[in-house]
Design a binder for this molecule. Sequence first.
Ligand code: ADP
Length: 582
Amino acid sequence: MKKEAFKESIYNFKKAWKFARKQKKLLIGYFILSLGLCLISAIAPMLDAKGLLYLTAGKWNSLFLIAALILIVEITRNTCHFFSQRCSQIFFRETLLQIQYTMATEMLKLETEEIDHHSTGTFIDRLTKDTGDIANIFTQLNYSITDILSNIGVMAAIFIINKWVFLYFLIGLIILYLMNRIKMKKYFTLDKELRKINERNTGLTSELIRGMRDIKVLNAGTTFLNKLRNKLSTSNQERYKMSGIMRRYQWLTGSFQDVLTFLFNVLGIYLVSIHNLTISNFVILYMYQSRVYNLLSYMTQFLEHYKNFNVSAERVFQVLDEDVFKKEIFGEKHIGKINGDFEFKNVSFSYANGKPILKNLNFSVSANETVSFVGKSGAGKSTIFSLLTKLYPVHKGKILIDGHDINTLDKDSIRDNISIITQNPYIFNFSIRENLKIVKEDVTDEEMIEACKMACLHDFIMTLENGYDTVVGEGGLTLSGGERQRLAIARALLKKTEIILFDEATSALDNKTQNSIRKAIKNMQGEYTILMIAHRLSTVIDSDRIIVIDEGKVVEEGTHEYLLHHSNLYRDLYEQELEEVK
Ligand code: ADP
């Protein structure tokens, strides 16, 4: 093993042990029981051999005694096995939970840009599959150590019985081990590649499920399935290559072992014929033979788990550590409840592709003001919201919340004080009650009803058979766009944040729903700082101020009346909308 790889393994083990440490008593219990099992397994062949000899000699009483002993030994082995499995399974369950929980926690800290640029599969596979390999390594290590120890005991016994047979087994083992090394090298190079391919496949499969409705309506099933088939066939080919390596190896080692067994018989018969070995010892050695090969398969299994562990650990720790997937960075300052005024000072911003989106943006909003942003699509309005919620960090210019630079504030000071209601808010596949509880665990029924009434959603909920306990489907599938937005408004109201950002839904909503939403916003006006991206200028007339954004800059601001007379862009947008209504 190369020095670097060894160092990396030690690092991985140390990190993985942090998750397993709490369950170490279970691991010790498992180790002791496994040692007991090994001891029993070492005794069993001797009893079998003795039994066989008594049988051929017709010593029935002794044979009966041996049979009874074998029964006791086997029952003890079975019981030991039961408890050792129990220990290892509880250990695995608890360790896995800890790794997965930490992994999920760390995923929530990832920079939004990382999520933009990776498929869901990148994270799903690591969370669900790779974590298992990490939790598995300790029980596997334990299992292998005890088995290897007991089998080394078997080798020692063979050495004592006959040195020639011992030498013969040793040479056989070394050859089998070398064959195995070659297989492992090829196998794990492919495995690394396969996991990358699988990540992409999981991503595509989850898109198949989430985009199912659109795929159906677009009647794009064939195209999508062709895409999926290509991807799946690549990964299946890769998997086939891997099983091919295993198949060839098994054939080769199986045949080699058959030859070894044959040669062992020849050697044994020869040694017996020259009186170098007694018949009873020959029978015992014959019984031990399979255990010698087991030693190799235990080592092989362990090496496989060890390699698997390293590949998985690398993938999991890439998410847990900061060096591959970047994490969000927050400041230290905690400011509790804010007044709700903020300012953008010379803010410039571009996404990862480097294209400038916001260019030296300047504006300020006072507490409890309602301000609307208007401008062409792609002007940068939603980006302003993303920066204010720190979904993306600002590197050029400053955003001040209550006079504090956003980059100096801790996560809670920002996210507990600002809510965002997007055009298509994500509603979880829980009941309406649970969706509301997600922002406030101890919410009372009264608070919930009050928020839903303000969001003009309560009456609708009352029409549902199970009311607040209605489960809404993945992404709020069973709700209309307007209902989803109003549920998101209720969520924001429950959070009682001072600043509410609202990306108004486009014309997809009917007039009645639009009015309900408008009424919901009106209910909040004056009490909260409300920022709105208005896609329909009819919505902005009620705002205290309107800011016109064009190509990432503020080009004008004022009331509706003022802008109609002073901003060409605003007038154009307004006239365009009047045209559309006609
Ligand atoms: P608006 O809300 O005014 O329609 P946006 O702020 O959504 O505009 O988008 C501004 C520009 O930024 C658009 O050209 C859009 O394609 C680009 N953009 C938006 N989100 C991302 C992203 N996550 N990564 C890269 N480019 C983005």
